[in-house]
Design a protein around this ligand. Sequence first.
Ligand code: SF4
Length: 349
Amino acid sequence: MADTREHDLPIAPANKKSGMPASTGTGIKEEPVLEVRDLKKHFPVKKGLLRKTVGHVYAVDGVSFTIGRGETVGLVGESGCGKSTVGRTLLRLVEPTDGQILIDGKDVTRLPREEFRPYRREMQIIFQDPFSSLDPRMTAGQIVSEPLEVHGEGDRASRRERVAELFGRVGLRPQQMDNFPHQFSGGQRQRIGIARALALNPKLIIGDEPVSALDVSIQAQVINILMDLQKDLGLSYLFISHNLAVVEHISHRIAVMYLGRIVEYADKKTIFTAPRHPYTEALLSAVPVPDPSIKRKKLVLDGDVPSPVKPPSGCHFHTRCPIAQPRCKVDSPPLVEKSPGQFAACHFR
Ligand code: SF4
């Protein structure tokens, strides 16, 4: 897949409120479509007959980033780092514990459900598993039409017309509208998921591991569809994945998450050529290099991601970091701008 956007990534001045760059992938200076400030989601751990709270899962623990119009931010990290919870919290499928979510500059974090509805339709989600995210009893056309019905859009005939148009947009034939999900391949099912996400003309689509369940060749097709849609419709994406290689092609900027926090955040080129954080380096070392003459040293991290119920003190990464020092155990490194547009949370890099 040829990438034509690698060099058009101007970094706008840091946003004073969040400390994060307010750039857009297009270079147009405008209000970000989405701004996330110090977002937290702590799930209570309850025990005993009285369901007493005995602790918390610190799933998301102070995450800030922005997404501009027509921009894709890749959110990457190992399983259990909190990246999917970020996506669900933005849509308020789970309510945030703290922090702010701004859509087009409007703080929607604590809006009552009814007032949140118009903002919610601006943000849609594509789920990981196209096999379980589509209702097997509904036809593909009904699935794509459902959000239009829920939001009272048009009549039956105009909805059918819109669904046919959406099928065409994602490379499906309108004649397939009356087929059931089991009659489609995995890639086609994910196209149905994309068509459903597009139905209400959203500004932002959150892809929660949208290609992880697909074969590699189909992954490329789905990513290309998403990129074409972005070009045509000016969509913004938050693309969540455990695999740095998957987000490389589609992302303008990449945020790397570890145990509920962003540890590095920069434009794609910087992440891939000059990462700062040892965790980003480790993730990067696992990404295959297409040129066999280039050898990348594989860094294997010891152990699994620690439990978010009891995250390690100081720098959460110190239990696995190859360059950890005594200070790392007691002192939590803030996410700071290390070079223009490159933010990292490490005392020594
Ligand atoms: Fe490693 Fe210490 Fe940097 Fe954390 S602060 S990434 S433990 S060197």
